[in-house]
Design a protein around this ligand. Structure first.
Ligand SMILES: CC(=O)N[C@H](C=O)[C@@H](O)[C@H](O)[C@H](O)COP(=O)(O)O
Length: 229
């Protein structure tokens, strides 16, 4: 892999924590997410992934690790930073990387992924792009479209890959074999052992969300285990 952008170099081999609360949830408050993000950095996270302009505006002020920002609009189809307008607004919060839907599905504003990336970079020079992919063909296309980072974020959510129990290691292998840019393993990494396995399979860094920052889900795992006895 050629010499990397210094922002990406800071993420190499590390854990990125995704701190997101969903609409209507008790922790859906920018101050709360900012505090959660700070707590994760204190624990050794090399980067933070976060959602929404208000959360990002606070988090970028208080953290000195790279922040991957996104804006979820809706919950099906293309909803992760779906348009150029969303992407430019996310970049304007001061994040170093913008995560956007990196699938081959039509985007709501009619732009291709390549056009979106080129226009975002023209509007916000220096910003990096993480493409959230659902499968190998997405990853290949996103790399060709100019993505700086490939993520397995949408594996199991777009119909291209079955939802695996744990990270989609087969997809990580496949993407690692074609990636000329960093591959970030994201999606259903629920244990430290799974995070380590994703690295062993060729990930450049790993994103963990739910298992660190979503107490409702984590609690339900324990509740179910207790209820089974
Ligand atoms: C599919 C989708 O919408 N993924 C979102 C992307 O930002 C988040 O809801 C996930 O929490 C994140 O990808 C981390 O994954 P996990 O929470 O499984 O560690």
């Amino acid at each position: 892999m050629p010499a990397l952008n210094p922002v990406l170099e800071r993420l190499r081999g590390g854990l990125i924590v995704s701190a997101q609360a969903y609409p209507g949830e008790p922790m859906r408050d920018p101050r709360t997410m900012d505090q959660v993000a700070q707590a994760c950095v204190a624990g050794g996270a090399v980067g933070i992934r976060a959602q929404g302009l208000a959360d990002l505006a606070l988090i970028t002020q208080h953290l000195d690790v790279p922040v991957i920002g996104l804006w979820k609009d809706g919950h099906d189809g293309v909803f992760i930073t779906p348009t150029l307008t969303h992407a430019v607004a996310v970049a304007a919060t001061g994040v170093q990387l913008v995560a956007l839907d990196g699938t081959r599905r039509p985007r709501p504003d009619g732009r291709t992924l390549a056009e979106t990336i080129a226009e975002l970079k023209a509007a916000r020079p220096g910003v990096l792009v993480m493409a959230d992919c659902g499968g190998l063909d997405d990853a290949r296309a996103a790399q060709d479209a100019g993505a700086d980072v490939l993520g397995t974020t949408l594996a199991g959510y777009t119909g291209e890959r079955p939802p695996t129990d744990g990270p989609d290691l087969e997809l990580i292998d496949q993407v690692a074999a074609i990636a000329e840019v960093p591959l970030v393993a994201e999606g259903r990494v629920h244990t430290p052992a799974q995070a380590a396995r994703a690295m062993d399979h060729g990930a450049f860094a790993v994103v963990v969300g739910t298992a660190i920052t979503h107490p409702t889900t984590i609690t339900s795992w324990f509740v179910d285990a207790v209820a089974r006895r």
